[in-house]
Ligand binder design. Sequence first.
Ligand code: BGC
Length: 827
Amino acid sequence: MRNRLLMGRGHMPNTSLFALAFAASPHPSAATATSLMSRNTSSSTSSIATSSILSASISQSSGEQLSTFLGSSAAVSSSSTTVPTATAQNPIPGIYPSTDPSNPPSIRQDALEVVPDFNPAWQTAHTKAQNQIANYTLEQLTTIVSGSTSRCVGNIQTVDDWPGLCLNDGPLGVRLADYITAFPPGINTAATFNRSLIRTRGLFMGQEFKGKGVNIALGPMMNILRVPAAGRNFEGFGADPFLSGEAAYETILGMQQGGVQACAKHFIDNEQETNRMTSSSDVDDRTQHEIYAQPFMRSVMAGVSAVMCSYNLINDTHACQNNLTLNGILKDEFGFQGFVVSDWGATHSTLSATAGLDMEMPDSSFFGETLATFVNNGSIPLSRVRDMAQRVIASWYFLHQDEDYPAVNFNANNQGDEAINEHINVEDDHSTVVLDIGRASIVLLKNIQNALPLKKPKSILLAGSDAGLASIGPNEFANAGGDDGILAIGGGSGAANLTYLISPLEAIQIRARQDRTTVSWILNDFDLARGGNMAIGASAALVFVNADSSEGSDRTNLTSHNDAEQLILSVAAQNNNTIVITHSVGPLIVDSWINHPNITGVLWAGVSAAETGNAITDVLYGAFNPSGRLPYTIAKNAADYPASVSTSLEIPYAEGLQIDYRAFDARNITPRYEFGFGLSYTEFKYSGLNIVAVNESDNAQADLIRNWEAGYPSPIGLGSSTALWLHRPAFQVTFEVQNTGDVSGGEIPQLYLQMPPSSDEPPSVLKGFSDVFLQPGETKTVTVMLSRHSLSIWDVVAQGWRRPQGTTAVAIGASSRDFRLTGFIPL
Ligand code: BGC
């Protein structure tokens, strides 16, 4: 069996070379260390690496399990054109369909029922790439994997008639370019809990990157909101690994359908900005698998073509030379077939190549000629450099970028460069999804006696700088690195130019004209007396506050810009219909004002780009019934969060699985507003929970399923964590949701698992969600699918996914603490 494997995997891109150069990192338990060592000592080719992993697992499980993992199609041929597949399962139409990135499963039902099989498309792409580079010189090969300077944020030079590559930020749109759309940041996208909107945003982004000639978009960003004050939280998808994973999955399917290569970043454990290049995130293996790696695993399952390794160290080894995470987890365990690019300046050695790094950016400090020297002196095998180049070129073919892909037509390094910038407008009507996400991401936190929606108020005051525009255009600060007026996005490489920006003041005035409402405003956060005085007698006093952050620095507190809490209190002191609207990159502590009796409403608007004024106005006036849900917990006190920004160079992720709501639940701390929370202008009733096992008539990987059902951990192998049997729907959960109020609206039903005590899991973990829109009185059946992966925990000793012993409960509800229905997994 091992020989078959060796032959069959002969052309899998090489992964685990010279692993010992990057010693296994210290891990908390001896068992972990032992099992990790077996992976770090793998030798010269991926085939061998894989087989050594497999042989390690044989000693822990049984030979029979191994053969069942490989399945009938494992005996792949050893012919020289054979290109690897990440799992040994052939495509199955309607279940595991052979999928091209240009034609992903449809947004809705398919997304729940189908596991797309990108292996055949990867295989075709790798074959083309292998042929293309067959006669390339060493210099040509190293050119393909080494950064250089040109028009984009990152560039790969032309080789022969191959045009080279443009890599450009970022996670919310084409950065440093004009006539593009800055889409709402990841955090608001996640707050919609709406797969269709997430996918559509991805698709539109992909089309815009392609239109500008960008080959690789440097996003989405999927680091977890572990630390509430982390500067880049707004770029990511919040505090829950499942939500982040699904948002990454949908975003990437959309982006790559649009034609651009997506780049999942930053792999991995890059959860704060303070000391981001020098600190080590010390993460245990189970937490790594269940929390931080989850969105990257889902990215691989979405066929992502690139992954960016991060600045930080992981358990004392730099992320871009970390054999365990790059070769072990990403390439072997997840079966990633694209390429790993370093974050900008995150390469620290030429030997990183042997740990799994495939491309250095933005220059060739360690690759380029030095890489060639390392090959020539025998330090790095030529086969590994071939593998790196093959992965890069294969990703280009995988996205069909060989077929009429537009040339780069802007200059990110000099936006005013008229010689090069063709000013191609790629915006199309993409502002529609900006507004849609803007509205659908607003979370209604408080609404006393139906203060909202507003009903033709006679007079309105808008107070706070965040209600109006900045003094200079929508792009006053480079990379949005400043806070003036309305906060639409955060700053850094996760920003992009806004082509326009609608403020709440502007949008509300247009509405006021229609309602004959008198509007006044004070856009000064510090003139507290005047703000209070102006609030006297207004039918509604709206106070706008914000909290900003940028890449490179973390927030220093969890309160508002300009201490605008004082403005809130001054206005609330004078007006008993005070409504607070927050634009924020992450959690804010609201306890200094939230229970003020005169504060009747609170809208959490996050950061939602150009249409935010319209989105807020639509929610304020009930043109849109709010359905956004918090993608993180809002605590009563900052100290209640399980983790905060660390100034140490060793950052123990000591809370393990207990991040965000999981910690509040486990420690019995009542939050101010829990993860998943959000009010509506209507009410929803849940009923009729039904949980059934899915009938898998195709019998694929049945032995593996039986093995798992019997409580054994999954055998480890190439692509074992992304295998069909683990991710296909295993249980179907259905229930009814009825709109019992008198206005139409959307509900976000959430599914949490409560695993048995033996699992050592947090009390409740999100494993499913849906969105349903209902007319008054209307009832719809909601379906959520659960995979075996969702029902598993990571077994550190066996290095596999295992069903915990005991009964797992299913809780369906409107937030992580508002459960309406409960049942059990029939196992
Ligand atoms: C950031 C990346 C970004 C890169 C290129 C780095 O500083 O961490 O997210 O893609 O710069 O701009």
